[in-house]
Design a binder for this molecule. Structure first.
Ligand SMILES: Nc1ncnc2c1ncn2[C@@H]1O[C@H](COP(=O)(O)OP(=O)(O)OP(=O)(O)O)[C@@H](O)[C@H]1O
Length: 287
């Protein structure tokens, strides 16, 4: 059974304009999905629909349905859905509500009805998973942006959701912090089989981890598939083409000019290896 299904789903906030338009999509358990598209395309709204905040919290009008583990989100209360779907919002600081790190994770466990005797151990485990072990007594206000974000993630992970939805999780992080976060998310996906749905504008950051891309434009799902499928569509059709990483622009220009096909370039290193295989040996030696 798919982890998430969009079945001809359309949505409008309090005005008639559809923000999501007839989305049909199924997300496999254990997959790492990245939602991309121009500003205003509906990426955040898509995340909110999986978490149930659309329509439970925002109201508005819907057609079709979104299902999580086969159950329509409209048939589950948001706190019930939160057991399956952990959400990290774009403005994640609004999710932090307590004074100290351990209180923050405990709060989320208490909300899910976890027995008090199990909480201390679960807090430690969740903090360890995100690299914040030993910081239990720290004041939340004293943490860096990246640490705060990992604390939100720990609070979400503590309740063991099998789906994680993250909206631009790296937007407030420096390049090193963003790389650390995605490496952590890649680990959660690969080792623990957590299904990921992540909004990210910097496609190069997620290429090493993602196995599926979803391209939204004006509320419509324009293309889904591997990096190769979706980036080729964007490049060739000129849809949100400015977001195609420069390295992939080079890759596709070379493929077009030479008729040669490269494997996906998930990292610069992979590009270097493949390019050096097709260059004359003398050039590679002297480089
Ligand atoms: N609470 C709301 N009430 C009314 N309209 C909204 C609300 N939230 C978003 N919208 C509108 O819905 C459309 C899609 O917004 P959404 O935030 O989902 O897009 P996005 O692709 O995530 O954009 P961005 O990349 O800028 O975050 C936009 O036109 C936006 O103005």
């Amino acid at each position: 059974m798919p982890a998430i299904t969009f079945d001809h789903f359309s949505y409008a906030y309090q005005h008639p304009r559809k923000v999501l338009d007839n989305i049909t999509l199924s997300v496999d358990p254990g997959s790492f999905n990245v939602v991309i598209g121009p500003s205003g395309a509906g990426k955040t709204t898509l995340c909110l629909a999986v978490a149930g905040a659309v329509p439970h919290y925002f109201g508005g009008s819907i057609a079709g349905q979104v299902l999580v583990d086969g159950t329509a989100t409209t048939a589950s209360a948001m706190h019930h859905l939160a057991r399956s779907v952990g959400t990290v919002l774009q403005d994640y600081e609004t999710q932090l509500v307590t004074m100290t790190v351990e209180e923050e994770v405990s709060f989320s466990l208490e909300n899910q009805g976890v027995q008090p005797a199990k909480i201390e151990c679960a807090v430690k485990e969740a903090l360890t998973r995100v690299g914040l072990a030993g910081m239990e007594k720290r004041e939340v206000a004293s943490l860096s942006g990246g640490q705060k974000q990992r604390l939100v993630l720990a609070s979400v992970l503590a309740t063991n959701p099998h789906i994680l939805v993250l909206d631009e999780p790296a937007s407030a992080l420096d390049p090193e912090g963003a790389a650390m976060l995605y490496s952590l998310l890649g680990d959660l996906n690969r080792r623990q089989g957590i299904t990921l749905l992540v909004v990210e504008h910097d496609i190069a950051r997620v290429l090493p981890y993602a196995n599926r891309f979803l391209l939204l434009e004006n509320g419509e799902l324009r293309c889904t598939g591997t990096a190769g499928d979706v980036l080729a569509f964007m490049y060739e059709q000129g849809v949100f083409a400015e977001a195609v990483p420069p390295l992939w622009q080079l890759k596709m220009a070379l493929e077009k000019a030479t008729g040669r096909r490269f494997e996906p370039w998930r990292t610069e290193q992979e590009a270097v290896v493949q390019l050096s295989q097709c260059l004359p040996k003398e050039v590679v030696k002297s480089a």
